[in-house]
Design a protein around this ligand. Structure first.
Ligand SMILES: Cc1cc2nc3c(=O)[nH]c(=O)nc-3n(C[C@H](O)[C@H](O)[C@H](O)COP(=O)(O)OP(=O)(O)OC[C@H]3O[C@@H](n4cnc5c(N)ncnc54)[C@H](O)[C@@H]3O)c2cc1C
Length: 334
């Protein structure tokens, strides 16, 4: 059975019955036709940077390796760019920047593939993929038929979409179209972007300048999966009723609270975990990253159970202390 150790950024040594490298839509359609109904239960994998593989997988794993970068159409202000689902996300972002297409620069250095990006509506530094999304093509694993999804059909939300909810595992995303800007509108207000630009004496930044500082900030804060196995933020930031957030603020004045629509508030999951004393802690082969409590790491030959145990212990202590349930952002795959 082939090992998936180098195909998941936690670096967990689990195996699968068959690893299929999908290099074209036609190949995928042929596989579905020949392998019905087994194809329906296949696991889809891109860069493996947002999964927790819970054990050996007794089904084929379809790895998205469909490559394509092209311009579909353009006007004076905008360009529609199409990328194959198996393109590396960061390399695609840098290609867009080199071509002069703006909109993706804040999403630089996010690991993984283009095809998985809509899955959880990836976001960073005040930008989410939904802000630049045009449409995508996906193949139904049961019928082998292609469907085009426009933005509304994707039901994008905070780290979610229809592909993570109702249609989970049903469609293989083969390509994504983005609407990018030729006349750039920079988003600089989030995180340390502005400070870092000032440190570099950049007063009139280009999209490349923004991408470069985002890369530098991320490198200073996040562990490189090539050195320390991890899947980025393990939990979502919880969204709770604003009334409850207000009460928590009385007991914990430093708690970060971000007001949302409909009398709801987002709370920093990293802060909650840190307050429970988890930052830098070890548990079996797993641990909590010393610079960022929201990131669970493969410290030393961790097993999926080590990560699961740590996840459960963190959830338990946050629930006990704050009465808040943490929900994993990472996809658990059985
Ligand atoms: C260090 C680090 C930092 C990160 N930072 C961020 C961040 O800032 N913002 C953010 O949003 N995320 C972040 N992530 C999470 C991750 O990079 C993204 O979620 C990314 O989009 C996952 O891509 P992938 O190709 O690795 O997906 P995978 O891990 O391979 O798959 C993730 C899920 O999507 C499904 N899937 C994958 N490809 C397809 C497809 N073609 N069609 C249908 N389903 C598919 C899989 O079955 C699985 O359920 C980070 C991760 C790491 C390790």
């Amino acid at each position: 059975m082939p090992s998936l150790k180098s195909y998941n950024t936690f670096g967990l040594d689990v195996r699968c019955s068959q690893l299929v490298r999908v290099r074209s839509k036609a190949q995928l359609e042929g596989f579905i036709l020949e392998n019905n109904p087994l194809a329906e239960s296949c696991i889809i994998l891109g860069g493996g940077s947002n999964v927790l593989l819970l054990g050996d997988i007794e089904r084929p794993v379809l790895r998205n390796e469909i490559k394509e970068r092209s311009v579909v159409s353009e006007s004076k202000k905008h360009v529609i760019v199409r990328a194959g689902g198996g393109e590396n996300w960061h390399r695609f972002v840098r290609w867009c920047i080199r071509e002069g297409y703006g909109g993706l620069e804040n999403l630089s250095l996010i690991p993984g593939s283009v095809g998985a990006a809509p899955m959880q509506n990836i976001g960073a530094y005040g930008v989410e993929i939904k802000d630049v999304f045009h449409s995508l093509e996906a193949v139904n694993l049961k019928t082998g038929k292609t469907r085009v999804f426009k933005k509304a059909a994707c039901a994008f939300g905070y780290r979610t979409s229809v592909f993570k909810e109702r249609l989970k595992g049903k469609y293989f995303i083969t390509s994504v179209n983005f609407k990018l800007d030729k006349i750039h509108q920079l988003s600089l207000s989030y995180g340390a972007i502005q400070t870092e630009l000032s440190n570099r004496n950049v007063s009139n930044p280009t999209i490349k300048d923004v991408s470069d500082v985002v890369i530098a900030i991320r490198r200073s804060k996040l562990p490189d999966p090539k050195e320390i196995g991890n899947s980025g933020s393990f939990f979502k930031n919880p969204i709770i009723k604003s009334a409850k957030a207000k009460n928590l603020k009385k007991d914990y004045p430093t708690i970060p609270v971000y007001p949302q629509a409909d009398k709801m508030s987002k709370i920093s999951a990293g802060w909650l975990i840190e307050q429970c004393g988890w930052k830098g802690k070890k548990m079996g082969g797993a641990g909590c990253y010393k610079k960022h409590a929201l990131i669970l790491i493969n410290r030393k030959n961790a097993t999926p159970q080590d990560i699961l145990k740590l996840c459960a212990a963190i959830q338990e202590s946050v629930s006990q202390k704050f009465g808040i349930d943490l929900i994993p952002e990472v996809n658990f795959i059985k």
